[in-house]
Design a protein around this ligand. Structure first.
Ligand SMILES: Nc1nc2c(c(=O)[nH]1)N[C@H]1C(S)=C(S)[C@@H](COP(=O)(O)OP(=O)(O)OC[C@H]3O[C@@H](n4cnc5c(N)ncnc54)[C@H](O)[C@@H]3O)O[C@H]1N2
Ligand code: MOO
Length: 410
């Protein structure tokens, strides 16, 4: 009997960091299509944003000094010397004792340094009564305050979120070099597994669940999935089909047969794909202990445990990291966790990380996590769950009422 040399979750993350390279090929993408793509080169700003000083309110551009001492009971008086038109360079100039009407976003007229909001002043036939003083720079965005010409706005490896697209748009950058979209191959294995479209099952058969859950996650992460179908527990067939799919993709995901049973060929199939081969077989985690991670001739291969909840949890925890590295993403994501109080004591073994499916609910302005008990072969444990509680390997379980980190899934 073969035994796993299990790695901890942290060791596995470190090995992923060490072993997975970024793909090299890039494409130029129209900005409107680039959401969630990974920038392949740094972006240096060629101009200031905004390119001119601009008012942030509807009001009157003034010299701040001219408003000093103004109050409701003791207003100041300024002469209205014109108005700013949107999208135009103002003709009007603000001299000592003058004010020029400036709408929100309008260019600041020469001579002015601040804007008094219309609520705080009153134009009485060309004489502006000011009821409040403003400070220099108040209600003004300066040229270059958002982005300065010459500054590195984004580093290579940045994932383009909506806000990054907005910043690039402000600079007029309409096309960006990004790493090309990844292709992930997925193959199910097992004599008992049949296509999910199968109407009537023969005794002993199981419809393929993992293809849809794994492809669904991959689609959420902006990668294309190539489905390789289902292979029987036959080494030659498995190896041939895995190789065919491997040749077409950047990363191969195999489900089932990852354990150490007589018909668990996944490890041998993975080893046949190329060197250096398996770098993790077995993780000190529940569920999902028999996970396999490998690098075969520069391409990552992931052997997921067959049980549907295990496969999904493992792919979410490790598959997502592998794909991010492969995509060229360099800026580390911040953990997406909420803290909730656990409703029950959950025992766990020291040295093993546990991921407990939970339902989340709010009570007295706090989030509570109620464990969903059920085996990792039950997909509905994930259907019913709103997230997964992480009990790290240093802990011997958690006690009722304790705050626990939850990775939300809904
Ligand atoms: N002696 C031991 N046996 C097992 C161990 C162990 O440490 N020692 N680990 C158990 C754990 S934990 C898991 S998880 C499973 C993983 O086994 P495999 O990766 O080899 O998976 P299979 O045996 O192929 O399948 C397990 C189970 O899941 C069903 N399955 C598989 N693929 C699909 C699919 N695409 N859609 C739906 N369901 C699927 C399959 O029918 C089995 O019922 O090993 C334990 N055994
Ligand atoms: O670790 Mo397995 O994934 O319990 O079912």
């Amino acid at each position: 009997m073969q035994f796993f040399k299990v790695k901890t979750v942290e060791e596995t993350f470190a090995l992923i960091e060490e072993n997975i390279p970024a793909i090299e090929q890039t494409v130029v993408r129209e900005l409107g299509e680039a959401l969630n793509d990974i920038l392949a080169v740094p972006v240096v700003a060629k101009e200031n944003v905004p390119s001119f000083d601009r008012s942030t309110v509807d009001g009157y551009a003034v010299r701040a000094k001219d408003t000093y001492g103004s109050s409701e009971s003791m207003p100041g008086f300024l002469t209205v010397a014109g108005e700013v038109k949107m999208g135009e360079v103002p003709d009007a100039v603000v001299r000592h004792g003058e004010a020029v009407y400036a709408p929100t976003g309008g260019m600041m007229p020469k001579g002015s340094d601040s804007v008094i909001m219309i609520e705080h002043c009153e134009d009485v036939e060309g004489l502006l009564n000011t009821y409040k003083q403003v400070a220099p720079g108040e209600n003004v965005i300066r040229a270059g305050e958002d982005i300065k010409a010459g500054e590195t706005l984004l580093a290579a490896g940045t994932r383009l979120r909506p806000q990054e697209l907005g910043a690039l748009a402000s600079l007029g950058i309409a096309e960006v070099p990004v790493f090309r979209k990844l292709k992930v191959g997925y193959l199910s294995s097992g004599d008992e597994i049949v296509p999910y479209q199968t109407k009537t099952l023969v005794e002993g058969q199981i419809r393929d669940i993992n293809y849809l859950t794994i492809a669904g996650l991959a689609n959420e992460w902006n990668v294309d999935v190539v489905y390789g179908g289902i292979v029987r527990d036959d080494f030659e067939e498995f190896r041939g089909r895995a190789r065919e799919l491997y040749d077409q993709v950047d990363c191969l995901v195999l489900s089932g047969g990852s354990s150490v049973g007589a018909k668990d060929y996944t490890t041998d199939v993975i080893q046949s794909l190329g060197d250096p081969g398996v770098f993790v077989h077995g993780i000190s985690i529940k569920p999902g202990k028999p996970t396999i991670l490998a690098m075969a001739n520069g391409k990552p291969v992931i052997g997921l445990p067959g049980h549907p909840a295990s496969a999904m949890i493992i792919f979410k925890l490790f598959g997502e990291r592998i794909l991010r590295k492969l995509k060229g993403e360099k800026i580390e994501r911040k953990p997406e966790r909420i803290f909730a109080k656990i409703t029950k004591n959950i025992p766990s073994s020291m040295g093993r990380a546990d991921y407990i499916r939970v339902r989340l609910f709010e009570k007295e302005a706090e989030w509570w996590a109620e464990p969903i008990i059920g085996k990792s072969g039950l997909i509905t444990t994930l259907v019913k769950s709103d997230g997964i509680v992480e009990i790290s390997s240093e802990k011997e379980g958690v006690s009722q009422g304790e705050y626990v980190p939850v990775i939300p899934s809904r």
